[in-house]
Design a protein around this ligand. Structure first.
Ligand code: ADP
Ligand code: ZN
Ligand code: ZN
Length: 820
């Protein structure tokens, strides 16, 4: 029998293999098989065809083993892979690599370890070969599959390792081994024995001067039944205590600081289904109810609908309402969020409504957790809700009824590198239509393309323009930094008005957020005698000074070097550091407000997920007063007490050299602004800039999406950019600059013959060398009505006709379809 398989490699075609007659397992589409490819390497491949005609140009090899008794994916997924590879111009192997967890695609290089959680007393019976493998691993610690074969002398260990994997005896070593942290609840207890009346009296004395502190104490005594000694002591959670006593977390903290109450965390079982007995209801406000109804109506005509709801309008609640209905009908739901929005704030909220029906798929999950979710979905048709990041579009859903794409404008839905360079938002609509499901996009700042489709009848459109409970959108003010400097009203990076606004907010018991889209301490390091400036050895960029680590760091490839004491070029002691990254800003603000707690959130302070969650939690509980951060802080976070948001330097946002720069600036400023004043108390946003007459700033001040959009659309039309054209960027990479340039020119000339002046370039991208690769870029802009199928077929043809040329052959060429 012959089969065609997809290999996890960037090769174009499916490959045909033979299934020997002595293999007993049945093979269907989606079954995993082990095959040899190349001289000594073997891979897990997916059966994607059952055509019995032998290929013409190569000899068919036999497969080595069948890894599944049942297919590891559902047939529609193969169709979806095909669409992705076709649309985004990559191989199905590229898609496979992104689509399935490592544990499901063993290959010779996969590293195997024993599972430390596995208990050999558990009575799992091992076959003789499995025991040999386990013994080898006990000895070696970890070993690649190829290595295991060498040590054990067994010919083909993979099927046995696969069985051990399924039994939980071994694991595939994971690069990202961060465990999702167990869910905890924060509780409060009193630091005193129940019968110690004297101590209790002392506690009352200690809080006598604050009515609020006494309120906490009384509420605690009541909730815990502390004084009813014939009853059991009740555990009190912090949330309830705050609600009942009506005080702020800061008051509770003050009581804790006095050694009266203790705030502590208690683990709860994340998949405990007993939670399901206590699920919360979704109660929508009248405006939300109306929006939800409009969405349902819209779905009757438009499979894809956009919910354009201002920040703080409660889009999450509306999603919950729709999701519940779909689950009740027995269908599954995918809820896609940008990675950065997948916070415990959101998961806790959804857990309360959906209990054990909620599954979470995060890229930082360990691979075994991802395999678990994969297998759970593969085995069931139950109505489940998957909350996930980009790659969760690849999960084996049985029957989707709805896909929600929250923050649809987010560029991070697009995978940039490596292939497949897909946009999960757009792929989601295709996936949904394959299931006959609906797609709901949500955003306060929809992308231009989406809004255009929504206003031209292609998508449905529902608008929600008020915040929940009538909270007002913040007042936005532009601070003219040129003027401020002239008036000598700038100290460090902060202008007087910003400084005062922050001080007033803090004095009033509020919090502040300071936004700067640059990490590190000083982005510019330069010798003031000769002009020398440190460049990365691998990339065409300057290095950024990081004070904490005292290193110069490349933000593209991560390379570091030490900061020289004297200039390496002229030998003078004349090296200066200019500019402001978040690190420096946090330091300056701390100096300005010495008795306030300042924290910083950027890539450097959140390398592990726990740190990110902790920073958010500390700020949400008002244990920090000022949060300094990069765009990370603008993403969907909901803090009650933020009165002031400062954008320290909007200039860098406003002069980015590409056609999306205005869109990006508007989205970012509007989203950052959305963090202010989310409850009754209106917030304020101050934007510091020298480019005060940029129109986009006016639109942010007025929160006027419509005006911004109209203006942006005019520009897109004038310069023929999306949505009026479709763009495919073609990147050429080579380690040799001259060859890179030559290949780019060659390719451009061929492209021009076919596409004429729709071809722009070649041109060096903004950063023209990354990680030792030189880059050239060609932009292909075609009319939006053109058949992309044809365009892509032509692109493939052109590439194939040039492929023999050495310049092309030694280069890496890839396509970026619909770049963001
Ligand atoms: P958005 O995503 O539109 O910016 P959120 O979903 O974050 O808004 O909602 C803003 C805040 O209002 C959240 O704290 C949320 O809990 C609260 N909220 C919104 N709608 C409701 C509702 N119907 N009932 C209770 N709280 C709500
Ligand atoms: Zn110098
Ligand atoms: Zn670099």
């Amino acid at each position: 029998m012959l089969i065609q398989v997809i290999l996890p490699l960037p090769i174009k075609d499916k490959f045909t293999y033979e299934v020997p007659d002595d293999i007993p397992e049945s093979i269907g589409l989606g079954t995993r098989v082990l095959v040899q490819f190349g001289r000594k390497k073997y891979y897990t491949a997916i059966v994607a065809g059952l055509d019995q005609r032998p290929p013409e140009n190569y000899e068919v090899k036999k497969i080595m083993a069948v890894l599944d008794s049942r297919p590891a994916l559902r047939y529609p997924q193969l169709k979806f892979w095909e669409w992705i590879s076709d649309y985004y111009l990559c191989s199905e192997g590229d898609v496979m690599k992104a689509a399935i967890p490592t544990g499901l695609k063993l290959e010779s290089e996969s590293i195997v370890t024993l599972n430390p959680e596995f208990d050999s007393e558990d009575g799992v019976r091992l076959t003789e070969r499995q025991s040999i493998i386990v013994a080898a691993l006990q000895h070696a610690g970890k070993e690649s599959l190829a290595g295991l074969e060498k040590i054990t002398g067994l010919k083909n260990v993979t099927p046995h390792v696969n069985a051990l994997l399924a039994a939980g005896v071994v694991r595939i070593d994971e690069k990202i081994v961060e465990k999702y942290r167990p869910k905890t609840v924060t509780k409060v207890r009193m630091l005193c024995q129940r019968d110690d009346q004297q101590q209790i009296n002392e506690f009352f004395d200690k809080t006598a001067r604050s009515r609020q502190q006494q309120a906490v104490l009384l509420a605690y005594l009541d909730l815990s039944k502390f004084l009813q000694r014939n009853e059991d002591l009740q555990s009190v959670d912090k949330e309830t205590l705050l609600k009942v006593s009506g005080v702020s977390p800061a008051v509770l903290k003050a009581v804790a600081d006095k050694g009266i109450l203790e705030i502590y965390k208690e683990k709860v079982n994340r998949f405990d289904t007993s939670e399901d007995s206590d699920l919360h209801d979704v109660t929508l406000s009248p405006a939300q109810t109306l929006a939800a109804k409009q969405i349902r109506d819209s779905f009757r005509q438009h499979a894809i609908t956009l919910l354009h709801g201002v920040t703080g309008s409660g889009k999450t609640e509306i999603y919950c309402d729709l999701i519940r209905e779909v689950l009740d009908q027995g269908n599954q739901v995918l809820y896609l969020v940008p990675e950065i929005s997948l916070t415990t704030q959101l998961t806790d909220r959804l857990r309360k409504v959906f209990g054990s029906r909620l599954l979470i798929y995060h890229s930082k999950f360990s691979d075994s957790e991802r395999v678990d979710i994969w297998n759970r979905l593969l085995a069931t048709n139950e109505p489940l809700l998957v909350l996930g990041v980009r790659s969760s579009v690849f999960l084996p859903f049985a029957r989707l009824g709805l896909i929600v794409v929250d923050e649809e404008h987010e560029a991070s839905f697009k995978q940039y590198d490596p292939a497949p360079r897909y946009n999960a938002r757009d792929a989601a609509t295709v996936l949904a239509s394959m299931h006959g499901a609906k797609t709901l996009f949500g955003s306060a700042t929809p992308s231009v393309e989406t809004y255009w489709k929504a206003t031209n009848g292609k998508y449905g459109l529902v608008t929600l323009s008020e915040r929940f409970e009538g909270a007002r959108l913040p007042e936005v003010e532009v601070v003219d930094m040129k003027l401020m400097r002239k008036q000598k009203s700038v100290k460090g990076i902060m202008s007087l008005p910003l400084r005062k606004a922050v001080r007033d907010a803090l004095d009033g018991g509020w919090q502040a957020i300071m936004f700067q889209n640059r990490r590190g301490f000083a982005p510019v390091v330069v010798c003031h005698t000769c002009g020398w400036s440190p460049k990365c050895g691998n990339c065409d960029v300057s290095m950024v000074y990081h004070k904490g680590s005292q290193l110069l760091r490349c933000h593209y490839c991560g390379a570091t070097q030490t900061l020289p004491n004297v200039c390496p070029a002229c030998g003078e002691n004349a090296i200066d550091k200019f500019g402001y990254g978040t690190e420096r800003i946090a330091e300056e603000i701390q100096e300005e407000f010495p008795d306030r707690k300042v924290s910083r959130m950027d890539l450097d302070t959140t390398r592990n997920k726990q740190a990110y969650q902790d920073l958010i939690e500390e700020f949400a509980e008002h244990r920090t007063d000022i949060l300094v951060g990069t765009q990370m802080i603008s993403k969907g976070l909901d803090f009650e007490k933020v009165k002031i948001v400062g954008v320290l330097n909007a200039d860098t946002l406003l002069n980015f050299p590409d056609f999306r720069s205005t869109e990006r600036a508007f989205n970012m400023l509007e989203q950052v602004a959305g963090r202010a004043g989310r409850r009754q108390e209106p917030g304020k946003v101050l934007i510091q800039t020298t480019k005060t007459d940029e129109p986009v700033l006016r639109h942010v001040c007025n929160h006027d999406y419509a005006a911004y959009y109209e203006e942006e659309l005019q520009n897109r039309m004038r310069y023929a950019y999306p949505p009026f054209t479709k763009i495919v960027n073609i990147f050429i990479r080579n380690k040799d600059a001259a060859v890179c340039d030559a290949a780019a020119v060659m390719l451009t000339l061929e492209l021009r013959k076919v596409f004429g002046n729709r071809v722009l370039g070649p041109e060096k991208p903004f950063v023209s060398r990354v990680n030792t690769w030189y880059l050239q870029q060609i932009m292909l802009k075609v009319e939006s009505q053109a058949s992309m199928k044809k365009v892509k077929a032509l692109l493939r043809q052109i590439y194939e006709s040039l492929a023999p040329a050495p310049q092309i052959r030694s280069s890496q060429i890839h396509y970026d379809v619909d770049p963001v």
